[in-house]
Design a binder for this molecule. Structure first.
Ligand code: HEM
Length: 433
């Protein structure tokens, strides 16, 4: 019954949204941002460009968001303390609390009230981020290289006599979860279960019109993972070890340490922030490259081009398209007044394609000289796992180019997922001969 009522609720919200889009289109002489439309899913960049030309801080009433699509404004907002990430402080929190209470999601509600660094403003953000960064030392991340290479090989081993296969299924989805499990020192016997939870967790984040069933899967996985991490952390208290969880337990800065809740919140964040994103970088990146065969041929002859190509892949088809900030208090910004709690969609993808930030922004060019992107964010919340993502994707590309010299895209065009936060494919069929 609860699920039926939820389905009706989602349906009504969707219908109201669609009506609002119609009104916006009339008011804007033919233009409206419709994040649910097929056109937007296929090519959101035209829409970002149109919004930028109408107003770089575009007010979209159907999404209740101000969309920021110019690079210099995006960078300014992401480092400006008047824009906050902590949604507990704003009216929107009421809805979230009500929804989680109604669904009996006590663990998620507790996480909402005690968020990880991604949703914390200073001073808590700065304090916890400093402690978390102990687990991300360059030395430690570098030490994972051999494990990453072995895992890529294992994932690809059973493809050697296949004419074609789905890169997402075989490699791009499992690899980041396995690497994060290794990084955290999780027992091998838990790997299958951990991968399943990680997959299910992604069913909801930013998903457009996720079904009630998918949402339940994601929320069950979220709560199971919290219980799991809590158990692992408590069992390691007296013998922390040398991996990421060990470093979190040992981390200390001027007498300050992380408590258990902060530790398991951080573990869950790593999985949410580091899994889907890296999966998308591999899928979107390879797709962009194979769509430009001349550039693929250049890379095959010179693997030293791979790191610059990865930056261009990140710029051109970023795995994270947008992040959100709230006005910390009533404020004036760029000539407009905003009320406390006004939500802003910071369009990473829009900024990357701003012609003032990159020349010919709609052209994919792995030889581009100065690549200006915010695909790992900017300012105090800038991605803490960027070097891991860069190493992982470099090793993936080196391995697949070496193993499959005749690599090309399959005949069927992949479909972009219905998701306006993460951009990527469900499947990406590649031919190997
Ligand atoms: C291609 C891969 C990745 C992309 C595109 C990406 C993108 C981002 C972005 C855009 C942010 C900033 C969000 C904001 O300001 O609201 C961020 C933050 C973060 N990322 Fe990543 N990320 C990637 C991989 C990873 C990996 C592999 C990990 C860890 C295993 C990770 C962990 C984090 C964490 C913990 C934060 C929060 C930092 C903070 O709030 O201080 N990310 N990431």
């Amino acid at each position: 019954m609860k699920e039926f009522i939820n389905s009706i609720r989602i349906f009504l919200i969707y219908r109201t949204y669609k009506f609002m889009v119609i009104f916006e289109r009339i008011a804007n002489k033919g233009f409206a941002l419709d994040i649910f439309s097929k056109k937007f899913q296929k090519d959101p960049y035209q829409t970002y460009s149109k919004m930028r030309s109408i107003n770089p801080i575009y007010h979209s009433k159907p999404t209740f968001l101000r969309w920021v699509t110019k690079m210099h404004l995006v960078q300014q907002i992401l480092r400006d303390e008047r824009f906050s990430v902590d949604d507990r402080k704003y009216p929107i929190a009421k809805l979230r609390r009500k929804e989680l209470k109604r669904d009996g999601r006590d663990i998620m509600l507790d996480q909402f009230e005690n968020p990880s660094i991604l949703k914390l403003d200073p001073p808590d953000h700065s304090r916890i981020r400093k402690l978390v960064s102990y687990g991300f030392s360059n030395r430690y991340i570098k030490s994972l290289e051999n494990h990453i290479i072995e895992t890529i090989d294992q994932c690809l081993d059973h493809t050697h006599n296949l004419d074609s296969f789905d890169l997402m299924e075989v490699l791009a989805k499992p690899l980041p979860a396995i690497v994060i499990a290794k990084m955290m020192g999780l027992p091998d016997k838990d790997l299958n279960q951990f991968q399943m939870w990680s997959e299910n967790l992604l069913q909801e984040v930013g998903g457009i019109g996720s079904s009630v069933k998918k949402r339940k899967l994601a929320r069950d996985a979220y709560e199971d993972l919290i219980r799991y991490f809590e158990k692992i952390i408590l069992s390691r208290k007296d013998n922390p070890g040398e991996d990421f969880i060990g470093e979190l337990i040992k981390a200390e800065e001027e007498g300050d340490k992380l408590n258990v809740k902060e530790m398991y919140g951080t573990c869950l964040l790593l999985l949410i922030a580091g899994h889907e994103t890296t999966t998308r970088l591999i899928g979107n990146g390879l797709y962009s490259l194979l769509n430009h065969p001349d550039q693929y041929e250049m890379i095959k002859k010179d693997y030293l081009l791979i790191p610059n190509a990865i930056e261009e892949m990140l710029r051109f088809e970023p795995p994270v398209h947008a992040t959100v900030r709230f006005a910390y208090a009533d404020m004036e910004y760029e000539g407009n007044s905003y009320k406390k709690g006004t939500p802003f969609a910071i369009s990473i993808a829009g900024a990357n394609r701003d012609p003032e930030a990159n020349e010919n922004p709609n052209e994919f060019n792995i030889l581009r000289n100065k690549i200006n992107h915010v695909s790992f964010g900017y300012g105090p919340h800038m991605c803490i796992g960027a070097s891991l993502a860069r190493i992982e994707s470099r090793l993936v590309f080196e391995k697949i180019f070496e193993r499959f010299p005749k690599l090309r895209l399959g005949d069927e065009l992949p479909k972009w997922q219905k998701n306006f936060i993460f951009r990527g494919f469900e499947n990406l069929i590649i031919k190997t001969r």
